[in-house]
Design a protein around this ligand. Structure first.
Ligand code: PLP
Length: 415
């Protein structure tokens, strides 16, 4: 099956109890049983069943199985947000005294999380770009995981999953990939060598901008060394599924980071059109990037442009697409603000992956608490505008950005 057919008719499409086409929203806290013996079996994991929605809910299961199938994993756990998914995934394998190697140029919230983890004794080593050499150079006995974003938001650097997973695996370390901006439509990191895939489903997977959520998918192929990954040692008997069981029956349950059933339902519906949306969004972004590239005084960053250092990965890793985010430098913060304020269609909003085109000035919002050096390492400058391109007609978007840039310059001349 090709992507869209699999999306709608794959193995994971659940047979619902009342023959509903979509999974019913199990908007309940708890589930009732005929006898105490039955509930005992559920708690003892001896029979399949739901007890309490923080530790399992059928609407969540329907959503998890679908994302799991698209990513090619052995199981998935849905979380209250992308940040919750990243936190839970990392804390499942790290404890105090451990180290994480990450590529810089990450999502701002994730950078802040790594600073928080320092207070719990988990140390993060930021490398300029994750490569075989940079990972090798920083591996120590304390390293427990390598973490990177497949297409970093907003710097748009591409992680070479095959290369980085190879050196990590040689050292007995798993590679966790945040694939939020790539989505399973562009790339399946597990098939390239990653061990765990994480998404903020708030973005492209939901796609309609109507609910916060996150998901962790376990590839189930990593051979854990339980003497090294002591955080998983209670799950030794599950072998390659130890990470999934540690999540499902331990840390995810205990941290209380479950997704809300209504959000799982909305994200499930959103997923229906993932292929359709990504196709249109990527085409639009490519067209807008190429149009902006021709305007003087504007410096565009987008993966399909020859000027982008990682454009080679578009074909080799991203199925020929560049994704839905582009950045451009406007020359100054003032000019950036003027351009943003003159746009007719793009909404000024702190999000990506919506159906509507969204713009933001990252330096004064997402990176307001980040130091200049770290911000620039993330590809964000004082004059950077980030655009999350939507599904409007490309002609209208291009005309709108053109008029906004011209307007900003006219205003400049009048002042
Ligand atoms: C938005 C985002 C997150 C955080 O997700 P939330 O759902 O907002 O918690 C993590 N990583 C990336 C790449 C993101 O874009």
């Amino acid at each position: 099956m090709e992507f869209n057919t699999k999306l709608l008719h794959g193995r994971s499409i659940s047979k619902n109890p009342g023959k509903e086409i979509l999974p019913p929203v199990s908007q309940v806290t708890a589930f009732q049983y005929e006898s105490m013996e039955e509930l005992e079996k559920v708690f003892a994991h001896k029979s399949m069943g739901y007890a309490y929605s923080r530790i399992g809910n059928p609407t969540l299961t329907a959503f998890e199985q679908r994302v799991n199938e698209l990513e090619g994993g052995v199981g998935a756990v849905s979380c209250s947000s992308g940040m919750s998914a990243i936190t839970i995934a990392l804390l499942a394998v790290c404890s105090s005294g451990d180290e994480i190697i990450v590529g810089s140029g990450l999502y701002g919230g994730t950078i802040s999380l790594f600073h928080d983890l320092e207070k719990f004794g988990i140390h993060t080593i930021f490398v300029d770009k994750l490569t075989a050499d940079s990972v090798k150079e920083h591996l120590t006995d304390k390293t427990k995981v390598v973490f990177g974003e497949l297409i970093s938001n907003p710097s748009l650097r591409v992680l070479d999953v095959a290369e980085v997973s190879k050196v990590a695996h040689e050292a007995g370390i798993p590679l966790f990939v945040d694939s939020t901006t790539a989505t399973p439509y562009l790339a399946r990191p597990l098939s390239l060598g990653a061990d765990v895939v994480i998404h903020s489903t708030s973005k492209y997977i939901n796609g309609g901008g109507n609910s916060i959520g996150g998901i962790i998918v376990d590839g189930g192929r990593f051979s854990w060394d339980f003497d090294k990954h002591t955080a998983l040692s209670d799950f030794r008997k599950f072998g390659k599924r130890a990470f999934l069981l540690r999540l499902r029956t331990d840390i995810w349950e205990n941290f209380g980071g479950c997704m809300a059933p209504a959000n799982a339902y909305l994200s499930y519906i959103g997923l229906d059109t993932l292929g359709l949306r990504m196709e249109k969004i990527c085409r639009n972004t490519d067209a807008l990037a190429k149009a902006l590239e021709g305007i003087s005084g504007i410096e565009v960053c987008y993966l399909t442009l020859d000027s982008h250092p990682d454009h080679g990965y578009v074909e080799s890793e991203l199925s020929g697409y560049g994704g839905g985010i582009l950045n451009f430098r406007a020359g100054s913060k003032e000019r950036a603000f003027k351009i943003i304020n003159s746009l007719k269609y793009a909404l000024i909003a702190s999000n990506i992956g919506d159906l509507r085109t969204l713009v933001i000035h990252p330096a004064s919002t997402l990176y307001i608490h980040t130091g200049k050096e770290e911000m620039e390492a993330a590809g964000v400058y004082e004059d950077t505008i980030r655009v999350s391109v939507g599904i409007e007609d490309a002609e209208d978007l291009i005309a709108d950005f053109r008029q906004a840039i011209e307007n900003a310059d006219l205003k400049d001349e009048n002042e």
